[in-house]
Design a binder for this molecule. Structure first.
Ligand SMILES: C[S@@+](CC[C@H](N)C(=O)[O-])C[C@H]1O[C@@H](n2cnc3c(N)ncnc32)[C@H](O)[C@@H]1O
Length: 341
């Protein structure tokens, strides 16, 4: 299923890509991609630069050791940033099952309650696995696994995927929660057995959707929640997602379109292609279905959309960001090829 992003190339006008074997060794260039072992789970770390991936594995393992030992990593290090990020997102994804006290003021709904219905009738998806793109600590994974399809992740945040592996192992898991802007406390999380079993089946892959380690025409559905406005090049990310879908496949996007210059340079925002006076929702829907920029996403059609779906992120007890997401279910052309129920 995985291909080597290190040696993928166009040679004499022909596209070539080589598979990775069970040891994550490329059958073409022999490059060995690393993995991070978390308990009994292995996370494939498949980047175009495998040396950088190996360094990432070492640093992340070091961070996990810090967390297990209960010490705080040195400020302003990779480990400190990874832990900060985890303490923001993991409680939002898994807080429903944590023993958090009222002082932490954590909203505790199960995340993305709309997800299963928006994915639609699984029988109406073509054959193939589902990709959770930019899943972070994995709160969307139980709903995806409940479809009965094989589920894969792709996220550059190795610490977040390591957290998914810990939750999937079952039992008590340490949940980092911010008690104030720069203070983190640890609480305990125990997910129900069915959630744990569902996570145990998910294939965890760390990499980038901008240069993904998967072939085109692979996934029946790709789910990307709060991802498109979290990357430097959303144009490329969406084109890669469109390519990875099989004909008739579904791209489920949810985004508040909360562009930040430090993440997405202004020149790379999607909305730069829209006339300033265009209504935002309609403009984005036209853009995401090939009706604004010639050839960009012109294989996608809009099946369902809604604006204002709430999502809140409690960064710490005195700061909750409330987003209103635009959710879109897009279908790659070839709808006529859909299998019936
Ligand atoms: C704002 S967070 C959203 C996490 C989760 N989906 C949610 O809604 O809570 C953005 C996620 O996108 C991931 N991401 C950033 N760049 C990415 C890339 N190039 N390919 C895939 N995922 C990426 C981040 O690591 C992070 O997990």
């Amino acid at each position: 299923m995985l291909v080597c992003p290190a040696c993928r190339a166009v040679v004499h006008g022909l596209f070539t890509a080589h598979d990775l074997d069970a040891n994550l060794r490329c059958v073409g260039c022999s490059c060995e991609h690393p993995r991070l072992t978390v308990g009994e789970r292995e996370i494939a770390v498949v980047w175009p630069d495998s040396a950088a991936a190996t360094a990432l594995v070492t640093t992340c393992a070091d961070m996990l050791d810090h967390v297990a030992a209960g010490d705080s990593p040195e400020p302003d290090t990779f480990a400190a940033h990874a832990l900060d990020h985890l303490a923001t997102y993991a409680p939002a994804h898994w807080g429903a099952w944590a023993d958090v006290d009222a002082s932490l003021d954590l909203p505790r709904p199960v995340p993305f309650p709309w997800l299963a219905s928006w994915l639609g009738d699984v029988d109406m998806l073509p054959a193939g696995p589902i990709l959770a793109l930019g899943c972070g600590p994995g709160g969307d994974l139980p709903a995806l696994a409940a479809t009965g399809r094989e589920v894969w992740t792709l996220d550059p945040d190795l610490a977040a995927l390591a957290y998914v592996a810990q939750v999937a192992a079952g039992g008590a898991v340490a949940l980092p929660v911010r008690s104030a802007a720069h203070r983190t406390v640890v609480r305990t999380l125990r997910v129900p057995a069915d959630v744990q079993r569902a996570l145990a089946e998910v294939q965890l892959v760390c990499g980038t959707a901008l240069d993904p380690p998967f072939r085109a025409d692979t996934f029946a559905a790709i789910v990307a929640i709060n991802v498109v406005d979290s990357v430097p090049d959303p144009w490329l990310l969406l084109q890669q997602a469109e390519a990875m879908l099989v004909d008739g496949g579904v791209l489920l996007l949810a985004a508040p379109w909360n562009w930040t210059d430090s993440v997405t340079p202004p020149a790379c925002r999607l909305d730069r292609a829209l006339p300033p006076e265009a209504p935002y929702r309609e403009g984005m829907e036209a853009l995401l279905t090939g009706r604004v920029v010639p050839t960009f996403l012109d294989a996608l059609t809009l099946e369902r959309s809604a604006d204002g779906i709430p999502w809140s992120l409690t960064v710490h007890p005195r700061y909750t960001a409330r987003y209103r997401m635009h959710v879109l279910r897009l279908r790659k052309s070839g709808g006529m090829l859909l299998a019936g129920p």
